[in-house]
Ligand binder design. Structure first.
Ligand SMILES: O=C(O)CCC(=O)C(=O)O
Ligand SMILES: [Fe+2]
Length: 306
């Protein structure tokens, strides 16, 4: 059953606050699928940033042969590591799709968090890398944090850190080549990755804050996130793993919305809502700036990491 009231809050802070006094509480409760800020980062800044990432050889130009170093570091679809496991788990069965590569710039807790020392060492390098990348002052990470700060009303937004001061990576840039697909899944350091021992484990809710820097397009189809009005429960795992969530959603009348974004648009959603980004194998990779966000109604601080 389509729930017509389950629509994103958008397009700018003033309008969003007119609709809801506490937008992040609305996300926590699942009352809205997403909070969308249109054109948070200007289109020409998105384009300049992508050019700079290619010039610095942090990403590759899809029109050129792939430099071998990118083949070694690409993250396969659906991979994450649980707890202290060295071996990757898969959030869904991606089959044997080839050419779908994800290149990360920054540090992923989901992918690297099984070895805390290596994770925090890698995160330190990411801080230096981002400081260098955005030394021109045109900093989309700052914009994302500032918007989140405004949305949070009286809370304080900080990069996630441990009690001893070790910092998580402030954000991550992900480039998805060749139609890389996020099948229906949820993200949770608590419920999925079981990151006990990390400070981010202590928050009640997890959100994502994602800014699109470049999209991929094939004909008139571009890659967009679909959010389902279903908060993860253990009984859905078998459907997620076997790739049959859509059949379940149809049978149980689970509503969903497409969040259609242009480069420069920024959206926040509750990562416990089942979500997906069907891949589109256009000429260009879909590139996003992504964060995870730890939020508790009764805590004054909001942690951001990647
Ligand atoms: O790229 C997006 O818009 C969301 C990706 C996502 O679901 C994830 O990184 O877990
Ligand atoms: Fe996700």
């Amino acid at each position: 059953m389509a729930d017509n009231n389950w629509t994103p809050l958008e397009p700018d802070l003033a309008t969003i606050f007119d609709q809801h006094p506490q937008p992040l509480e609305a996300l926590a409760a699942g009352d809205t699928p997403a909070v969308v800020i249109r054109q948070a980062f200007p289109l020409h800044s998105c384009q300049q940033l992508v050019e700079r990432l290619i010039a610095k050889e942090l990403l590759y130009d899809p029109c050129e042969p792939i430099p071998p170093k990118f083949i070694d570091v690409a993250v396969p679809e659906g991979h994450f590591r649980e707890g202290r496991n060295k071996k990757a788990s898969r959030a869904w069965d991606a089959g044997t799709a080839t050419g779908r590569r994800r290149i990360d710039i920054g540090t992923s807790l989901g992918y690297r968090g099984s070895d805390p020392d290596a994770f925090f060492a890698h995160s330190r390098e990411s801080h230096e890398l981002f400081a260098d990348l955005f030394s021109n002052g045109n900093d989309p990470v700052r914009i994302l944090y500032d918007v989140l700060q405004d949305l949070s009303c009286t809370k304080r937004v900080v990069t996630a850190h441990e009690a001893d001061g070790r910092q998580y990576s402030p954000a991550i840039i992900r480039a998805h080549y060749g139609g890389y697909t996020y099948q229906p899944h949820f993200d949770s350091v608590r419920l999925r990755e079981k990151r006990e021992g990390y400070a981010v484990h202590d928050f009640e809710h997890q959100f994502a804050g994602v800014m699109v820097l470049q999209n991929t397009q094939l004909g008139d189809v571009s890659a967009q996130c679909v959010l389902h009005q279903y908060m993860w429960q253990p009984e859905i795992d078998s459907y997620l793993r076997s790739g049959t969530f859509h059949e379940y959603a149809v049978r149980e009348n689970v509503a969903n919305v497409d969040v259609v974004l242009e480069p420069g648009d920024l959206y926040f959603f509750n990562t416990r809502n089942i979500h997906e980004v069907p891949g589109v194998a256009g000429d260009l990779p879909r590139i996003v700036l992504a964060t995870f966000i730890g939020y508790s109604s009764d805590r004054n601080d909001i942690f951001v990491w990647s």
